[in-house]
Write a new protein. Structure first.
Length: 257
């Protein structure tokens, strides 16, 4: 299959838009349901623009990490200071804050689930956060806007959108048929049904595409589609987070098939 021109171009355009917003706001928030592509976009922004800053740090999946380990990573990335295991990182938090104020720094914090994540890292310091004259910038992604709304301006909030139809088709087909140059009509047709059932969620399209890659038993594909539809329609819920959770249940069940 060919590369992902439509998907990649859209991703680059989004990253450039985020970078433009970071020129105006100290803290920018990407907000959206799980699986919609917040981490992918955050990584793209970091990859494209981190070299425009004196120092930078990318903290992936912060909610699952020990906060002290994250502090140490920030201290090392931003202040070039690596602590011994027996050293208390909290004694050096002022150095992180001063680095954010005195240097041009980019910090990307992925998957925040509580305001405390940012407060503990000195990334919501009032003096810093409200002063756009400082050159440092923070990009944070989160599922729940309520966690960030008291610290991030509404104008600095970016709501993540679902993939458009062509982007979704391209992403799924790339992962499901990456080693093939020809796809039969039967598999094209069921692919379109699966793409529709994934509702434009990038992670769902990628996971299912990878799961089905190399499998050329149409019944297995039909089974995967049934599992996906069954997951989507549990309790008749249409809420986005419910949809994501049920999609995850479907994946777990598919993997065990």
């Amino acid at each position: 299959m060919p590369p992902l021109p439509c998907y990649e171009v859209a991703l680059d355009d989004q990253a450039n838009a985020i970078n433009s917003l970071l020129q105006k706001e100290s803290i920018v928030a990407l907000v959206g349901m799980g699986g919609i592509g917040k981490t992918t976009l955050s990584k793209k922004v970091y990859h494209l623009f981190h070299n425009q800053y004196e120092k930078s740090s990318f903290i992936e999946d912060v909610k699952s990490k020990d906060i002290n380990d994250v502090k140490k990573k920030l201290l090392q990335d931003l202040c070039d200071k690596k602590l011994r295991k027996d050293e208390d990182v909290d004694e050096y938090l002022d150095e992180i804050k001063q680095c954010m104020i005195s240097k041009k720094v980019l910090v990307v914090v992925d998957d925040v689930d509580m305001t405390r994540n940012l407060g503990d890292l000195q990334l919501l310091n009032d003096k810093y956060a409200i002063n756009v004259d400082y050159k440092s910038r923070v990009l944070v992604n989160c599922r729940n806007w309520q966690i960030l709304k008291s610290h991030v301006k509404e104008s600095a909030k970016v709501d993540m959108a679902f993939l458009e139809e062509e982007q979704a088709r391209e992403l799924f087909m790339f992962h499901a048929f990456k080693h093939e140059n020809y796809v039969t009509n039967d598999f094209k047709n069921i692919s379109m049904e699966i793409i529709k059932a994934c509702s434009g969620l990038p992670l769902s399209l990628e996971i299912l595409g990878c799961y089905l890659c190399g499998i050329r038993d149409l019944e297995i594909w039909k089974g995967a589609l049934c599992e996906l539809k069954a997951g989507r329609n549990i309790n008749g819920e249409s809420n986005n987070e419910k949809l994501w959770k049920t999609l995850r249940i479907s994946y777990d069940r598919l993997i065990k098939i």
